[in-house]
Design a protein around this ligand. Structure first.
Ligand code: ADP
Ligand code: MG
Length: 241
């Protein structure tokens, strides 16, 4: 397993935002971390990336604790609000990241990412002039420059138009083909269903269900034609879980 989460709990004061969750991610897969607003998705991702210290539990990536600084080089974290500098160009962003990570020979990788993300024509454009979708792509592109093995993406589809969403899905699928492991948080279920191998459903800090989408449907007595949304609402509405 590429990532192991063991009994992770995160409290903010007395409030338990993430409540004793455990799961593993396999290499070359896309997993959707889904749940309503406030379920604890962002807090989970921040614990998995080492940005927040868990109250309890452990997170390891490729066998190493996330608290060890070298583990951070295995991962990319793409936050919900892209951390983009408006007065830098697309290419300058990559230069900046390369210097920050101390990367050698990054230019060929940067060039190929520009082509893959269809941003070659925008390489010298200031980021303040880019659309929301392009800004999101620059944010992801910067995250990939150091060749991470695990990519955490928090709510990437919000505010994007259908074309940008389709492009992003294609990029995530390509990452998977390259053998990367991708965890995407989203409350937009129709998105999750179309490209995730499996899902983890969160509700009030707990992981209430985890597994493949087709298994989820059959377990809850739905046909494969019913939407993930129908099943999701059933899973998260049931107060016994
Ligand atoms: N910095 C914080 N301080 C206190 N409470 C927080 C903080 N961040 C999030 N929370 C609370 O933790 C819970 C989970 O939030 P979050 O992880 O952002 O959920 P999601 O990403 O699923 O919407 C919510 O009840 C939220 O209000
Ligand atoms: Mg969130």
């Amino acid at each position: 397993m590429v990532l192991n989460v063991n009994q992770l709990t995160k409290k903010y004061g007395k409030h338990t935002a993430v409540d004793n969750i455990s799961f593993s991610l396999e290499k070359g897969t896309i997993t959707g971390l889904i749940g309503p607003n406030g379920a604890g998705k962002t807090t989970t991702i921040k614990c998995l990336t080492g940005l927040l210290r868990p109250t309890q539990g452990t997170v390891s990536i490729l066998g190493k604790e996330i608290s060890r600084i070298e583990t951070r080089t295995y991962i990319a974290y793409i936050p919900e609000m892209p951390d983009i500098y408006p007065m830098l160009t697309v290419w300058e962003h990559m230069q900046f990241i390369a210097y920050a990570f101390g990367l050698d020979n990054w230019k060929a990788k940067a060039e190929s990412l520009l082509v893959q993300f269809d941003l070659s024509e925008k390489r010298n454009e200031l980021c303040k002039n880019l659309s929301k979708g392009m800004t999101q792509k620059v944010s992801i592109l910067c995250g990939l420059l150091h060749n991470p093995q695990v990519i955490f993406v928090d709510e990437p589809m919000i505010g994007l138009d259908p074309k940008a969403i389709r492009e992003l899905k294609k990029i995530f699928c390509e990452l998977k083909e390259e053998g990367k492991t991708v965890l995407i948080s989203t409350h937009l279920l129709d998105n999750a269903e179309s490209f995730c191998d499996s899902v983890i459903i969160m509700k009030k800090g707990k992981a209430v269900w985890a597994g493949a989408v087709d298994k989820l449907k059959s377990e809850f007595g739905h046909t494969q034609q019913s939407s993930l949304e129908d099943v999701f609402l059933e899973v998260t509405d049931d107060d016994s879980v």
